[in-house]
Design a binder for this molecule. Structure first.
Ligand code: BGC
Length: 797
């Protein structure tokens, strides 16, 4: 069914990396890019496999400085499978798009089954045509297994075909051009061997994190086979097969692979576990069938029906979200990697992007959200150390997080336009802590998991609130608390023009979310059962005086205004206006205005020009009512006109240099029922499939934007909030996306169905012995019993 498949016809070297990212297969534990098995990494192809949370740290010298970076490691390439028609031992005779003629090439990604099919016809120098059909999977039920079936048909010849099925350990992290001057050699102690007549293995370690990796590959043939032999080299475990092909006949080669690392529970050693697992794995057909069943179950839990092209794209986004964060993630100690497990951009690091991901997961796979929050909780101590290191108290979560939760943001970044390495101040985005707190709160509201809220959740909220309180300094002259020296979500601005020190003052997004965190932390502490409150107060040495201060700060944090709009930060309105038309005319695409201006010897810090939504993020996180209440608490009347003026103001001053920006703008405009919303929603939908950020998707998908588009339908358009034990709905119309339905898991109700049509909303609650669900609309409340559904006519739609 075309709605469930993505096809790429023809071979296009320029598009290959993008297709590899979009055709990545994964299961939350590991993922493998949709690369051609017969090709090694080169300027066109980048086969790569990443296991969630598998990082390694290396030192490199750039611009005369030693810098340390932690990367998600590119693991040995299990996919490798080469073939040649002439048995002449010449390495150049392996058939690849470089060495032979590619007559046909088609990739077909089947989202329903989680498989990638490849259809290739090669012609060699002697005119021998060989049809190669491949089907691969990364198993969704058995997270350590993957499989590749290859069918060879000699179309116009008979003779020997050499096939080499290998595990290639001679891989490095080399997928991102900007990082190539950095050390990417992460694997060491590579050993290869054979475990049985049909099984080869490779084991290795990451050089500094000392993660041991074991891979085993079993290769079997259905068809005539004259000989097999093992050809191991230092870094490559290979099995060579000679297949006597008869014209028109098809021979099938199945390669089944197991991957374990020393991070896995319940194993003795990774190599042994991989060899055992591959030895016990059933044949390809059985694996395919159990894999399909697992995907069927996943799709049931995440049902989302949106008509037309948008629906097709949303399904692809959902597919990649589920491949990165699957039910298997619930067993892992991992965070939300900004670029999925699909590429090396941002080194597999964890940013604030979970803010765009967890709200979606909360209502489908709450156990996955909980695990992702536990990743943060395990690193709470590290965050407290980071706060102490800069003279504060509480928890300062890192802007970029990896293995142990220390700050992983690079010290220098390369501007490819100017070739200069520049200091990176994005670590001043302390607002990431508010994202963690927001997710704790949202998760607990959606799932009703008070056990988490009262234990780990409360600990995180408390320490994040404490950090904000210790960051806020009272300014007598203003009668307000100020948080100074930070960077907001718009990371173009990292300093005042000509300032010696980086950082900005009174970032509105930072301050309003900080006020929200302080208020929520107070709420949670009040609601704790007495013994637990006491325990927490004792353990964290919290007292009434500190809480009084939180209360005061939460009401008096400064939110700057200028020209009748909320200022992104103090002084934003004094910056120069950019001549947007002139820059667009000169450069065309000006999304990365920061790089353009730096290469011109200027700096974006001088201009009222933002990379992405910053103030407007407030309209993404909070419903209009909640936002108004937050501002009221801070002593401001945020009426509709002020918000609408603010939206307009930043709309004209944003270059959308992040995929998150289109999403937030689309969401915010839709919520204020403004024309123009669809253009941004469309941009968010097309961000990766059309590679709108100029070549970045080939380095990994943009997971936050992908999940955000799902949430745009789920919460943005419906106005869905989970609060005070009810489902609050306040749908807004978006004519281009007006009919949709989806299923939710809400507080123990599995498969709550919401169906939206213009002017009408239907809610169905599946039969169970649970309590009814209260639906709160702006003008009425209804209660829906399990086993019942109700149709609600929407006023003012
Ligand atoms: C955005 C950040 C985001 C990061 C990782 C950057 O380009 O500006 O907001 O967290 O990408 O996705």
């Amino acid at each position: 069914m075309p709605d469930w498949t993505w096809e790429y016809e023809g071979y296009d070297p320029d598009a290959e990396r993008l297709r590899e990212s979009l055709c990545t297969l994964g299961n939350g534990y590991f993922a493998t890019r949709g690369a051609a098995p017969e090709c090694a990494a080169d300027s066109v192809h980048y086969p790569a496999t990443f296991a969630a949370g598998c990082y390694n740290r290396l030192t490199s010298e750039v611009a005369g400085r030693l810098v340390e970076n932690e990367d998600m490691v590119n693991l040995p390439n299990w996919l490798s499978l080469r073939f040649r028609t002439g048995v002449d031992g010449d390495p150049a005779s392996w058939l690849t798009p470089r060495t032979a003629t590619l007559i046909d090439h088609r990739l077909s990604l089947d989202l329903r089954s989680g498989t990638l099919e490849r259809h290739v016809r090669y012609e060699d120098a002697e005119g021998r045509r060989t049809l190669v059909r491949q089907l691969r999977l990364v198993h969704m039920a058995h997270p350590h297994l993957a499989a590749l079936r290859t069918e060879f048909t000699a179309e116009n010849w008979s003779g020997d075909l050499d096939v080499e099925a290998a595990i290639d350990g001679a891989v490095t992290n080399a997928g991102v051009a900007r990082y190539r001057q950095l050390n990417g050699d992460h694997l060491t102690h590579v050993h290869t061997g054979s475990a049985a007549a049909d099984t080869v293995w490779l084991r290795c370690r990451t050089s500094t994190s000392d993660i041991r990796i074991g891979m085993a590959a079993r290769t079997t043939v259905d068809g005539p086979l004259t000989q097999t032999s093992d050809h191991h080299s230092d870094r490559r475990a290979a099995q060579l097969l000679h297949l006597p092909l008869l014209q028109g006949d098809t021979t099938t080669v199945d390669k089944t692979v197991a991957l374990h690392t020393s991070r896995d529970p319940a194993i003795s050693d990774p190599l042994r576990a991989a060899v055992d697992r591959v030895g016990r794995a059933p044949g390809f057909d059985a694996l395919l069938s159990s894999h399909r069943t697992a995907w069927r179950q996943l799709w049931r839990g995440a049902a989302l029906d949106v008509a037309g092209d948008a629906g097709r794209i949303l399904r692809l986004h959902l597919f990649h979200v589920l491949q990165t964060l699957s039910p298997h993630t619930a067993d892992l100690d991992v965070g939300v990697p900004a670029r999925g497990l699909h590429g090396e951009a941002y080194r597999g690091h964890v940013f604030w992007d979970e803010l765009f991901v967890l709200p979606y997961l909360n209502l489908h796979f709450p156990e996955v959200s909980r695990a992702l929050l536990r990743y943060r909780h395990r690193r709470l101590e590290q965050a407290c150390i980071a706060a102490r290191d800069i003279g504060r108290t509480g928890a300062l979560y890192p802007w970029q997080s990896g293995s142990d939760g220390r700050e992983e943001t690079q010290q220098l970044h390369l501007n490819p336009h100017s070739g200069r390495w520049l200091p990176d101040h994005s670590r001043l985005q302390h607002h990431v802590g508010s994202a963690v707190a927001y997710n704790v709160w949202q998760y607990c509201e959606a799932s009703g998991d008070t056990e988490f809220l009262h234990t780990k959740g409360a600990e995180m909220l408390l320490q994040i609130a404490r950090f904000w309180a210790s960051s806020a300094a009272y300014d007598e002259s203003l009668g307000r608390y100020r948080i100074r020296g930070v960077v907001g979500p718009d990371e173009y601005h990292d300093a005042y023009p000509d300032a010696k020190e980086p950082g900005l003052d009174d970032n509105a997004y930072t301050n309003v979310t900080a006020a929200w965190v302080l208020t929520r932390a107070l709420d949670v502490l009040r609601a704790l059962p007495e013994p637990r409150r006491r325990e927490l107060f004792e353990r964290t040495v919290l007292d009434k005086g500190e809480l009084d201060r939180w209360e005061d700060i939460s009401r008096k944090l400064r939110v700057p205004f200028h020209a009748g709009v909320i200022s992104q930060f103090d002084g934003y309105g004094d910056l120069a206006e950019l001549n947007w038309d002139a820059y667009k005319a000169r450069y065309g695409d000006i999304r990365r205005l920061d790089r353009i201006l730096e290469a011109e010897g200027d700096t974006v810090n001088r201009y009222q020009a933002s990379k992405q939504a910053d103030v407007l993020m407030l309209g993404y996180l909070f419903s209009p009512g909640e936002l108004r209440e937050l501002f009221r608490r801070l002593g401001h009347d945020l009426d509709e006109q002020t918000w609408s003026r603010t939206v307009n103001y930043y709309l004209q001053r944003t270059s959308h240099g992040s995929t998150l920006s289109g999403l937030v703008h689309g969401w915010v405009l839709a919520r204020v029922r403004r024309a123009g919303a669809w253009k941004f929603c469309r941009e968010a939908l097309e961000g990766d499939i059309a590679d709108l950020q100029g070549g970045t998707t080939g380095e990994g998908i943009h997971l936050g934007a992908m999940a955000g588009t799902l949430d745009l339908v789920q919460r943005g358009l419906t106005g869905l909030e989970t609060r005070a034990g009810a489902l609050w709905l306040d749908p807004v119309p978006l004519p281009e996306l007006s009919e949709y339905s989806f299923a939710l898991r809400y507080r123990g109700h599995w498969g709550v169905r919401l169906r939206m049509r213009p002017g009408q909303l239907e809610v169905g609650v599946p039969p169970s012995d649970r309590s009814p669900i209260t639906i709160e609309l702006p003008d009425r409340a209804v209660s829906v019993e399990p086993g019942e559904s109700c149709r609600l006519t929407l006023r003012d739609h």
